[in-house]
Write a protein that binds this ligand. Structure first.
Ligand SMILES: Nc1ncnc2c1ncn2[C@@H]1O[C@H](COP(=O)(O)OP(=O)(O)O)[C@@H](O)[C@H]1O
Ligand SMILES: [Mg+2]
Length: 239
C-alpha cells in the first residue's frame, strides 16, 4: 500500500513557538485517520501546512508521491485535497446551492453542471431540501454539512476535516459519523479528521496519530493508542 499523503519532518514555527516539530506520518488510500491531541497541540497548524495555508519552515509534504510543500491552497485543492474549517467558513449571503457550486467550479466552468453537482452533493450531506436557503439561515450543524458538501464538490481524493464534531449535539454527532463512513465507503475518499475529543474519533478511525506540544507522540490502532501512557498523560495534563 503506497501512501496517498506523506509528511516528512514537518516543522512550523510562530516566532519562538514551535507549533509542529519534525512531524512524520503517512495516510494510505481508503483509510480514515484521526489526528488527535489536546488543545494547542498543533493539529490545526499541521492541517494548514498540508492544505497550503501555511508553508512549513522545515520538512516536506507529499501527495500521491508529489512534493506539494509550499503549494497554494488553490493548487492543493486542484490536486485533490479538500478541507473543512474548524470555525465554519461559508458564504452566508449566498444560497446552499451557490455555496456548493463554488466547490464544483474547481472542476468545471459550466454553471448548469456546477448546479447539478451542488444538488447531488447537497443531497448527499442531507441538505437536499434546503438548496435554495440562504447559508446564513442554517443551523451550525447544517453549516458544517454545507462546508462538507462544498469540499466534496471539488472531488477530492483526500478530505481533511478540522473539528467537525465540535458544537454538535449527540444526535448531530451520530449523523456526522454516518456521513463520514459513507464518504469513505460510497465515495472512496480518504479522510483525515482532526479532533480534540477522543471518544468520537476513536471508533471511527482505522488509525490514529496523536500530537502533543507540536510533536507526534503516538500512532496506531485506536485501541492501542488509547492505552498508551504518553497519550493518557497528555490528555490528563489538560484537565
Ligand atoms: N497564526 C498563529 N500565530 C501564532 N501562533 C499560532 C498561530 N496559530 C496557532 N498558533 C499557536 O500554535 C500552537 C498550536 O495551535 P493549533 O495548531 O491551533 O493547535 P490545535 O489545533 O491542536 O488546538 C498554539 O500554541 C497556538 O497558540
Ligand atoms: Mg485546532
Amino acid at each position: 500500500m503506497s501512501a496517498l499523503l506523506s509528511l516528512r519532518g514537518v516543522t512550523k514555527r510562530f516566532g519562538g513557538l514551535v507549533a509542529n516539530r519534525d512531524v512524520t506520518f503517512d495516510v494510505h488510500e481508503g483509510e480514515i485517520v484521526g489526528l488527535i491531541g489536546p488543545n494547542g497541540a498543533g493539529k490545526s497548524t499541521l492541517f494548514n501546512c498540508i492544505a497550503g495555508y501555511f508553508s512549513p519552515d522545515g520538512g516536506k509534504v507529499f501527495f500521491q508521491g508529489r512534493d506539494i510543500t509550499g503549494y497554494s491552497p488553490e493548487k492543493v485543492t486542484h490536486l485533490g485535497i479538500a478541507r473543512t474549517f474548524q470555525i465554519v467558513k461559508i458564504f452566508g449571503n449566498m444560497t446552499v446551492r451557490e455555496n456548493i457550486m463554488v466547490g464544483a467550479f474547481c472542476r468545471t466552468w459550466s454553471v448548469s453542471r456546477a448546479s447539478e453537482e451542488a444538488e447531488a452533493w447537497g443531497t448527499f450531506v442531507g441538505l437536499g431540501g434546503k438548496l435554495d436557503y440562504m447559508a446564513g439561515e442554517l443551523t451550525l450543524a447544517e453549516q458544517k454539512w454545507l462546508q462538507l458538501g462544498r469540499a466534496l464538490a471539488t472531488r477530492p481524493r483526500l478530505l481533511l476535516m478540522d473539528e467537525v464534531f465540535a458544537g454538535l449535539t449527540q444526535a448531530e454527532i451520530k449523523s456526522a459519523v454516518n456521513l463520514i463512513k459513507r464518504i469513505k465507503e460510497e465515495k472512496g475518499i480518504t479522510v483525515l479528521i482532526v479532533e480534540h475529543v477522543m471518544d468520537v474519533v476513536m471508533p471511527l478511525s482505522d488509525r490514529v496519530i496523536v500530537l502533543d506540544n507540536g510533536e507526534k507522540i503516538a500512532e496506531g490502532k485506536p485501541e492501542e493508542v488509547s492505552r498508551d501512557e504518553r497519550v493518557i498523560r497528555a490528555y490528563l495534563g489538560e484537565e
